[in-house]
Ligand binder design. Sequence first.
Ligand code: TYD
Length: 211
Amino acid sequence: MGLNRGIFITFEGIEGSGKSTQIKLLYKFLKANVSKKIYLTREPGGTKISEKIRKLVIKDLNEENNPLTELFLLFAARAEHYDLIKEKLRSGYIVLCDRYLDSTIAYQHFNGSIDLKLIHYLQKLIDKNIRPNLTILLDANPSVSKKRMHLRAKKLDRFDRESLKKMNIIKKGFLAIAKVEKKRIFVINGNADLDLIHDKIKSKVLKSLIK
Ligand code: TYD
C-alpha cells in the first residue's frame, strides 16, 4: 500500500485506450475540487533523466535490440522517477501516474520475452514492493483504439504501430493482472462515452480518498 500520507494512483491500458485523456481530466477535476497537491506524471519519464530514457526507449530502440536493453532502461527510468514519486507521497500529494509496473508486466512479460520473476526482482529493488493504492485500467477494444490513434494528428511511434494481435495480447495481459489484484485494479470499459468514463473514475477515486 501507499507511503505515509499521499495517495498513488496509476492509469493503465493499451495505446489509444484513452488513459492519457482521462488522467488529465481527473487531474483538472481534483485540482479544482479536492486539493492543490495533485502531481501528474508519466512512465517512462517524469524526471529529466527519465524523459531522456523515454526518448531512447520509444524513438531509438527497435525490435532488433536486445529485450533486456529495453527492460533495464525502463527500470533505470523508474528508479529515478520513483524517488520523486516517494518524495511527493511523503509530502501528502495525490500522485497520478500514466503507466507504471502493470505496463511492464503487460508489455515486457506478456507481449515480450521477459521472465516475470526478473521484473518483480527489479521492481522490489526500486519500491520495496509498494504498490499503487489504486489503478484505473481502461480496457479498450484494440481495433477501436487503433482507429483513435490514426485520428490523432501525431506521428505514430513504434509502440503505436504494434499489430492488432500484439495489442490483444497486451490487453489480455492487463486483464490477467487485474484478475489477480482485484482490490487494487479498477477495470473500466475504455470504449464507453468519455464523460461516462470520467464520472466512473471520479467516483472511484473520491471513494478511495475518503477510505
Ligand atoms: P505512453 O506514453 O502511454 O504511450 P501512448 O500515449 O501512445 O499510449 O507509453 C509509451 C509506451 O511505453 C507505451 O506504448 C508502452 C511502453 N511501456 C512499456 O513497454 N513498458 C513499461 O513499463 C512502460 C511504463 C511503458
